[in-house]
Write a protein that binds this ligand. Structure first.
Ligand SMILES: [Zn+2]
Length: 352
């Protein structure tokens, strides 16, 4: 991984992008792709589209959603405690004891989420699972009025962002879902550009995936691609308590995951597998028997139908403060998508 590319990854991971509030990350994307994309545009939904050869007749769309889960401020009580709704799918247990950031118009404001100490919990409370609506954000304010001097209803909240490298090429950060996938599609287009692909390649930093695959839907309609590859994270199953019988054997550092199943065009999946084999790059196989819960779903059924592939980054502890991935997996995934873009000729038939 080149230093500038690793910097870009660190920057997107430490920049907030809850669904609907993606602009700070999209600003980074626009600035980064300027140096190699032939065309960069942003639609009014917020999707950023970086293209090479945009006028070529065969169009490929790479989709990596840039949004992350978060919270949205709904109410401030008289004592200055702040309540919120979730943006996306939270396990509320993951929020207890976390440092948070409220992204106010005036800048980031540190907050915490906790609950009363174990000493004070009743026997019943100790057994209960905490509900999101019972959690509050505490910024240390004296009262409601002090909060409302800086924070407005509708301000977005994230976990405290931060990136940490670990042993064996692993790293953890909030929002690896899906800033890693975003990084892969952007990096794939940068690498493909150096190898002069024949088709048009559109890398899309899609918005609002976490609340219903919405940016992939609108951007795919606009681009009208023939082929699409979504890049998102998938559950690594190489830690305790996950049932491999259903989720498969997916490990960090053993390569990107190529999905097979009805949401994926079989010719695309086979080509992805062959490209890995031909270049002797590692890959892992996973299966899904339904419409997948990511951009591949929206892409496949856009307009009259798109030949779709799904490449995933193994992610341990998804939707937590410590989502963990292998940087090598990212690097291999970017090469795989670049290979795919370069391999596609106008005469290729992707009829399933
Ligand atoms: Zn995701």
């Amino acid at each position: 991984m080149e230093a500038a590319a690793l910097d870009f990854l660190r920057n997107v991971l430490t920049t907030p992008s809850p669904s609907g509030y993606e602009r700070p990350v999209q600003d980074l994307v626009r600035a980064y792709v300027k140096s190699f994309a032939d065309d960069v545009r942003t639609d009014w939904h917020g999707n950023v589209i970086a293209a090479i050869n945009p006028a070529a007749p065969q169009r490929i769309m790479f989709a990596g959603h840039c949004d992350q889960i978060g919270l949205i401020v709904t109410q401030v009580d008289d004592n200055g405690f702040i309540y919120s709704q979730p943006i996306g799918g939270w396990d509320p247990q993951q929020l207890i004891g976390q440092r948070m950031t409220i992204w106010s118009a005036g800048g980031p404001i540190p907050a915490v989420i906790a609950r009363k100490p174990i000493h004070l919990l009743t026997d019943d409370e100790r057994k209960q699972v905490v509900k999101q609506q019972d959690l509050w954000l505490d910024i240390g304010a004296r009262n409601k009025q002090e909060v409302l001097e800086t924070i407005r209803v509708g301000d977005a909240v994230t976990l405290q962002l931060g990136y940490q490298e670990m042993r064996n090429g692993l790293a953890n950060s909030p929002g690896m879902d899906n800033k890693t996938g975003l990084w892969v599609v952007i990096e794939a287009v940068r690498r493909a550009k150096l190898r002069s692909p024949r088709c048009a390649v559109f890398a899309v930093s899609t918005v609002q995936e976490e609340i219903g695959l919405r940016g992939a839907q609108t951007s795919a309609f606009g681009i009208d691609p023939h082929l699409g590859i979504a890049v998102d994270v998938t559950h690594a199953t190489d830690c305790p308590t996950i049932d491999k019988r259903q989720q498969g054997e997916i490990s960090l550092g053993k390569g990107p995951v190529i999905f097979r199943g009805p949401n994926m065009n079989p010719v695309v999946s086979e080509r992805l597998i062959q490209l890995c084999q031909a270049s002797q790059r590692p890959f892992q196989l996973a299966a899904s028997g339904r419409a997948t819960p990511n951009d591949a779903n929206a892409l496949q059924i856009s307009r009259a139908g798109v030949a779709v592939g799904l490449v995933s980054i193994p992610n341990r502890y998804m939707h937590s403060a410590v989502e963990m991935v292998s940087l090598d997996d990212l690097d291999h995934a970017a090469n795989l998508l670049a290979d795919f873009a370069v391999s596609v000729a106008e005469t290729d038939d992707f009829t399933p």
